[in-house]
Design a protein. Structure first.
Length: 74
């Protein structure tokens, strides 16, 4: 992974990112298998409420490189 910062968000754009990052609820799956028998004792989705405090936002250019792609190029 490669990232080159070219600037920083300020003003209204920064405040928008900050507001959107306060509540980032994600969904997971809780699975507890039965002991000694096939199937599940418990199988259900679960909400993981979370958020983050944004102090700085950088913008820039980035890219992903895979090892197999690098082999093909050389």
């Amino acid at each position: 992974m490669n990232f080159e910062a070219t600037g920083e968000l300020t003003g209204d754009e920064f405040e928008q990112v900050k507001a959107l990052s306060l509540n980032l609820d994600t969904i997971g799956w809780r699975y507890i298998p039965k002991v000694g028998a096939p199937g599940a004792e418990l199988s259900q989705f679960i909400l993981y409420p979370q958020g983050m405090e944004v102090k700085k936002v950088q913008v820039g250019n980035g890219g992903l490189f895979s090892f197999s792609l690098l082999i093909l190029l050389f």
